[in-house]
Design a protein around this ligand. Sequence first.
Ligand SMILES: [Zn+2]
Length: 185
Amino acid sequence: MKFCSDCGEKVIYKVPEGDNIKRACCPSCGAIHYVNPKIISGSLIYQGEKVLLAKRAIPPRENFWTIPAGFLELKESTENGAIREVREEVNAEIKVERLLSVIDIVHISQVYIIYLSSLKGNSFSPGVESLDAKLFSEEEIPWDDLAFESIKETLRFYFKNFPYSERNKKREDNLILRMSIDQKF
Ligand SMILES: [Zn+2]
């Protein structure tokens, strides 16, 4: 940031009183502009023993497969963000069942919050940000062509802990993948 978004004055970077990190501070109106990590909300969608993946039509990682996920909007819950991203990327409706993974991507200041959902009905198709949308069994997952490590880890965790053969087993609410990634994929 070069200019104050409140008054348009040139900002200076300094550590505000009582803080320990440099911030963009406005010498004119006194505003301190904090920049914090971004939240990405999404959903791993299953139907039977298969999961729904989308092939990315846009950078980063164009042409690689992912699960529907994207930046949370202001005043939106993570669950509603996941539902919206699924509509946008694969034109599908889901029933959100539980929290599946919370992953910090430390080096780019992002936090992934991924829910596990079932597909409502049979309808899905690639949205404008996707080239393709397809159901994959565990054996069919294009492991080498996944867009992000967070997605790979979430899929691994899902197939290990939520096998289709144990679909009706009651699971602990705290069975969540919790990890931190601090380097590029
Ligand atoms: Zn200002």
